[in-house]
Design a protein. Structure first.
Length: 288
């Protein structure tokens, strides 16, 4: 193993790296180098402990793993980790004395991201780890960006669904306004007819009072003008609601014109009146 002069620690935030090696001297040497470079070192003396620490909820995202270890070889650790979908990126560096091309290919096929040959040069190892840190950092950024885009897409989908419901309500409003407007016209015309003919009807009823056969009708006759007034007010309210629905359901662009803001607010409040009930009082103070 070649030992070089100390290397200044990286300026990047502190990164947790697992060192898995059954040789205690090598394990302590690697841990010391990582700490001198500004990283936090976690230790595992065999493959089973390495797999356990890399599979936990707070597992490090980088690991330096020895190939030959008791219990579970490093190659099997890499293979096991790659078979399980992880919630965050991992970067695995295999440390091995095997330098044959087929051995390196086996390690990479098993899931290792990089291989470092023993005896290793600390400068080379540090460069490989720095590359791993950059890779994981970029993968984390991509994952964060993908999550943000997914959230934006979900919110946009909800907005589109809401807009579609609003459009549907607009279409229904046009149909409802049309269906209500027809019988409302009949009611309005009939009320006008009754109001115009009421003086004559009242005279006939009062003449019956003289005969003494319709005295029970007197309260009704006296109250009937108020009943007509309430019915007319009800017709006006329904007409205002229908006009509001028809305006809401309009799909044409219309023409630019000066409008009365007070009228628009009044119509909106009329549409909202059933939702407000008597619990909420709205006071509009708009300059004329």
């Amino acid at each position: 193993m070649t030992v070089s002069a100390p290397v200044p620690p990286p300026s990047s935030p502190r990164v947790r790296i697992l060192v898995a090696d059954d040789d205690s001297a090598t394990r302590m040497l690697l841990a010391g180098l990582l700490r001198s470079w500004g990283y936090e070192a976690l230790l595992a003396a065999d493959g089973l402990h390495a797999l356990e620490k890399l599979s936990g909820p707070d597992s490090p995202q980088l690991a330096v793993i020895d190939w030959m270890m008791p219990g579970l070889e490093g190659i099997e650790v890499c293979r096991s980790l790659r078979q399980v979908k992880a919630d965050k990126p991992r970067y695995l560096i295999m440390v091995t004395a095997r330098t044959a091309g087929e051995d390196l290919a086996t390690a990479l096929d098993a899931g290792a991201d990089d291989c470092v040959s023993k005896p290793f040069d600390p400068l080379v190892l540090r460069a490989r780890i720095s590359a791993g840190v950059r890779t994981v950092t970029l993968q984390n950024e991509v994952l964060r960006f993908a999550t943000e885009m997914e959230n934006i897409a979900r919110k946009r989908a909800l907005q589109l669904a809401h807009a579609d419901r609003i459009a549907t309500i607009g279409m229904l409003s046009a149909g409802i306004a049309h269906e209500v407007n027809n019988p409302l016209t009949f009611i309005s015309v009939n009320l006008q007819t009754i109001e115009q003919n009421w003086p004559g009807i009242q005279g006939v009823i009062e003449a019956e009072f003289v005969k003494g056969g319709a005295e029970a009708m007197r309260p009704f006759v006296e109250e009937f003008p108020n009943i007509l007034r309430d019915m007319k007010n009800g017709v006006v309210r329904i007409k205002n609601i229908v006009d509001g629905l028809r305006s809401y359901a309009r799909t044409d662009a219309g023409e630019k014109a000066v409008i009365n803001l007070s009228t628009c607010i009044d119509e909106s409040l009329k549409l909202c009146a059933p939702r407000l009930n008597k619990r909420i009082s709205v006071h509009a103070d708009i300059p004329q």
